[in-house]
Design a protein around this ligand. Structure first.
Ligand SMILES: Cc1cc2nc3c(=O)[nH]c(=O)nc-3n(C[C@H](O)[C@H](O)[C@H](O)COP(=O)(O)O)c2cc1C
Length: 153
């Protein structure tokens, strides 16, 4: 089975819960592990890493700086390229242009990331601490179905 890592940096648990939801949806077909940023060692944890899924969040209208730094460090710490990367995030307010631009740009600039899934999953929360608003579950399920195909290729 292909190795997929889901990385989060969750404060209130929203993006961790999203990470767990994605893992449940993918675990039948892939070997999926969830890690918090600080617990993930890019050199040792990632032999045969096929897919990297970032479940991040909007902070002050932009990207989570720790997640941005994590992506930037992929280039300095990693020897093998990562074939496929997927971006997901939770947010409270209206999204998202600055966030999207910042995150996608950071990932596109990482030379060790080969391919980025073109769609970004946005999950809107009812409050800062969650839960997700109505309708998000169907959106997540549809996204899982799509990324299964993408990751199987
Ligand atoms: C300091 C701070 C700033 C935030 N700024 C924004 C923002 O600009 N736009 C937005 O949509 N949500 C914002 N949020 C809400 C978070 O994106 C939302 O609560 C997210 O789901 C948190 O994910 P987590 O529980 O995984 O950390 C902010 C939250 C905090 C704590």
């Amino acid at each position: 089975m292909k190795n997929i890592y889901i990385i989060h940096n969750s404060l209130y648990g929203n993006s961790r819960i999203l990470a767990e939801r994605l893992a449940r949806g993918l675990s039948e077909k892939f070997d999926v592990k969830i890690k918090r940023i600080g617990d993930f060692n890019l050199n040792n944890d990632t032999d045969n890493l096929y897919g990297l899924i970032l479940t991040t969040r909007i902070m002050q209208f932009g990207v989570d700086r720790e997640m941005k730094k994590f992506v930037e460090e992929i280039d300095t710490n990693r020897k093998e390229p990562i074939p496929k990367t997927i971006i997901c995030y939770t947010h409270r307010l209206k999204p998202k242009r600055l966030f999207k631009k910042g995150m996608v740009k950071t990932i596109r600039n990482a030379k060790h990331i080969e391919n980025v899934y073109p769609e970004v999953l946005e999950v809107k929360m009812k409050s800062m601490k969650g839960p997700a608003e109505e309708g998000q579950e169907q959106k997540i399920q549809d996204f899982i179905n799509n990324i299964k195909v993408y990751l199987e290729d």
